[in-house]
Design a protein around this ligand. Structure first.
Ligand code: GDG
Length: 743
């Protein structure tokens, strides 16, 4: 059984040594609440980890740790503190984390600071974390790294422990590429590379996943395949895991006698006035000034509600060392005073303002008592308060929620608004206060069902299960990489065979991809290798390609080899003539061509390649993102157009091909295998179209896929450059063990 190591910037508690006895305080915040609940619940079940450890920076000294460590390490998990130099910590935390990444990732580009000393400190602290974790990590451990303060860490750790399982979760939004690219070039590149050190990368919403993938594509020029990315011969998965809450804890708080007592006190104090409330950390992302403006507009537009409503605004102190936070606080407090001054009567004050932490019971009592929760961040990764309010509701209540909070994706039954639209906010406040109880309850019930189903324990388990699954997938892919022993086995078989057959794809296998298909003429090395292979009378060499016959003739017809063009539509045997394998007339192309032409116009750099029985639309040479989007559209249109016809559509490597069905490399490969009846057969390819051949020749040939995509082939070679050395090695009497293709 492995160990689970949680890594976050701060440990989940702080140590207060100001009194007679040291007091441990659990930190408030989304991650801590989430994992704490998971740990508590997995105490009852055996769990899949032998032990759990939490690593993070300490807010206490080494001496204090030595003195109190036995008290601090809880029974749920052990603690490994990291001691960071105070000045460096400030540049890393207040500086790069909270004055660069935080504002930029929350779309506050004007508040973003770009200071290289901040970045240097961020890098240095991430390196310190990597060293400390590498010193304790053991094979089989699962390391789960959290959040924007540690984005360089996954790769730094992987460099020191290459086989380790690493998950990374970002709790804040990942911004759109247009925002992300505002970071200086080397920072934006290094942060992405840092995250790509993880095996599984989690985000709260689909938008954040796609923004991340787009930045990887645009900045690192690395392609994705749906939500997976191949990088450094490693399959990496990006996925959405909307963080859940401890649903039962908040639902059951209703039964807690302390909560009941506070709730009834609140009712006594406020009588039949309706309560609107909000709880947020002090932060410019929370939209507090717009919220106050919305409330002011509500009191102005709906005077009938004056004296019948109060707004309890609770702000949790946060990041006071950063000047922007202090300035905001002043502004918020001025606005609160202004509203209270403007609307208060001798026996009523519209706003109750608190700037302090709340005890759990107070928080739950507010959740239960308030008729309306007004949660309107300008951006928020998720926002757990919104979810907790819904979970704690047992008798209606209305959630007004910003559509720019990640939680809005799951809480459709809330009143969703644009947080800057103060008119709409005023209107929604009136709507919420007047909403019939039955409707309130019905909306709450639907949302509660959803939150209960994907609660925090399911969230943690889902992430950890998928992390395990991606690791298994990596192992399966790795198991296919040709190793010395298999290569030697293939070599022995080759040497002892009487008749051998080679089915070799051309583009991406024998020859690298080029910007334009016409530029991929064979180099000297390829020609020499094919010449050597075909010079042996025992060998039959077949180039099996999607290319047209003319190009294959032009480049290779001087060699004594066989050709298959257009994936099997034409075959030409050694010294023979091209023979067509189909009788269907190619008129179908007239229906497809105009559609292709419209995509060439709409996607600069793309081009049509027309062959006798195939039409291809190539987008390798286009702006990557646009090319991909257009290719998905085209694929969709073509699939509709060609359903119930003898035409098939193939989603190839930066190309969409339309051709006759029944003419694929699998059918052709089988035909050739019968024709040659060889006792040694090998087939190598790199593309989707080669998969047909791998499947058809399973158990008949050594099937090898170039690249690390998931494949039906028996083996794989990690790159195109390894193909020619591999073939040449077969022809040597003594195979070399040290060639580049041997792993
Ligand atoms: C990030 C993202 C994302 C807060 N004040 C008190 C208190 N809390 C508890 C709440 C809730 C949690 O802390 C706050 O959760 P948030 O979702 O607002 O976010 P953060 O931790 O600031 O940060 C955020 C989250 O990570 C999770 O991924 O949702 O978008 O920014 O659980 O109940 N609890 C008590 N007293 C308080 O004064 N008892």
């Amino acid at each position: 059984m492995s160990r689970l190591i949680i890594v976050s910037n701060r440990l989940p508690f702080s140590l207060d040594t100001s009194g007679d006895k040291p007091v441990i305080r659990q930190s408030s915040g989304g991650l801590v609440s989430a994992l704490q609940s998971y740990f508590e619940r997995s105490k009852q079940s055996a769990g899949k980890f032998k032990s759990k450890q939490w690593i993070g920076s300490a807010n206490f000294s080494q001496e204090e740790w030595n003195a109190y460590s036995s008290t601090l390490s809880g029974e749920d998990f052990s603690i490994q503190p990291i001691f960071v130099d105070e000045h460096e910590y400030s540049d890393y935390y207040n500086g790069f984390s909270n004055s660069t990444i935080w504002p930029l990732f929350h779309y506050f580009s004007s508040l973003t600071e770009y200071q290289s000393e901040y970045y240097d400190a961020y890098k240095s602290v991430n390196e310190l974390f990597a060293r400390e974790i590498a010193a304790v990590v053991q094979p089989g451990d699962v390391v789960w790294i959290h959040d924007y303060q540690l984005m360089l860490l996954p790769m730094l750790l992987r460099q020191q422990a290459p086989e380790i399982t690493i998950g990374f979760f970002l709790h804040i939004p990942f911004p759109s590429y247009e925002l992300y690219r505002l970071l200086p070039a080397s920072w934006r590149k290094n942060l992405l590379l840092g995250i790509l050190g993880a095996d599984l990368i989690g985000f709260h919403t689909y938008d954040y996943v796609s923004h991340f993938i787009q930045s990887v594509k645009m900045i690192l020029r690395i392609d994705n395949h749906y939500n997976t990315i191949q990088f450094n011969n490693r399959l990496i998965k990006t996925e959405l895991f909307p963080i859940g809450i401890d649903f039962e804890k908040f639902r059951d708080a209703v039964k807690n006698s302390k909560v009941k007592e506070i709730s009834s006190d609140l009712r006594k104090v406020y009588g039949d006035k309706k309560i609107i409330f909000s709880v947020d950390r002090l932060d410019y992302t929370k939209g507090l000034n717009y919220r106050l403006k919305g409330f002011e507009q509500f009191l102005t537009r709906y005077p009938e509600w004056r004296e019948k409503v109060i707004f309890i605004l609770n702000i949790i102190p946060s990041r006071d060392a950063i000047p922007t936070y202090g300035e905001r606080k002043k502004m918020i407090e001025e606005n609160i005073s202004m509203i209270n001054g403007k609307f208060s009567t001798l026996h009523w004050q519209p706003l109750i303002y608190r700037y302090n932490h709340l005890a759990f019971e107070d928080l739950c009592a507010l959740y239960q008592t308030a008729e309306v929760a007004l949660i309107t961040p300008l951006r928020d990764g998720m926002n757990l308060v919104a979810k907790e309010y819904v979970a704690a509701s047992n008798n209606g209540g209305v959630l007004i929620l910003s559509e720019l909070a990640g939680a809005a994706a799951e809480l459709n039954e809330a009143l969703l608004l644009t947080p800057t639209d103060t008119d709409q906010m005023a209107e929604y406040l009136a709507t919420a206060l007047e909403m019939p109880l039955a409707e309130q309850k019905s909306r709450m019930k639907t949302m509660q069902g959803r939150l209960q189903e994907y609660d925090v324990v399911v969230w943690v388990n889902d992430f950890l299960d998928q992390l395990e699954e991606i690791k298994n997938e990596q192992r399966r892919a790795k198991a296919k990489l040709l190793d010395n022993a298999t290569t030697e086995k293939i070599h022995r078989h080759y040497q002892g065979a009487k008749k051998r057959c080679f089915l070799l794809d051309y583009d991406g296998t024998l020859s690298p991809y080029t910007k334009l298909p016409s530029e991929a003429a064979p180099g000297k090395q390829v020609l020499q290798c094919l010449k050597n292979l075909s010079a042996d009378p025992k060998n039959e060499v077949v180039i099996i390609s999607g290319r047209d016959s003319q190009t294959l003739d032009k480049w290779l017809s001087h060699l004594p080899i066989h050709f298959v063009s257009e994936h099997g539509v034409f075959i030409k045997h050694k010294n023979g003539k091209w023979e067509t394998q189909t009788k269907v007339s190619p008129e179908w192309k007239d229906k497809i061509r105009p559609m292709f032409q419209s995509y060439v116009t709409r996607c600069a750099g793309s081009l049509i390649e027309e062959k006798a029985n195939t039409l291809s639309w190539h987008y390798r040479n286009t702006q990557p993102d646009l090319g991909f989007v257009r290719s998905r559209e085209l694929l969709n249109n073509l699939l509709q157009l060609t359903s119930n016809t003898p035409i098939q559509v193939i989603d190839g490597n930066k190309v969409i091909e339309v051709r006759l069905s029944g003419m694929d490399k699998g059918i052709t490969g089988l035909k050739l295998s019968t024709h040659f009846n060889a006792d040694f057969m090998i087939c190598i390819g790199d593309d989707t179209t080669d998969e047909d051949m791998f499947k058809a020749l399973h158990n008949k040939a050594y099937t090898i896929r170039v690249g690390s995509e998931t494949t039906a082939a028996d083996y794989s070679l990690s790159s195109q450059e390894e193909v020619i050395p591999f073939l040449e090695n077969l022809m040597q009497e003594q195979p070399s063990r040290k060639k580049r293709w041997l792993f």
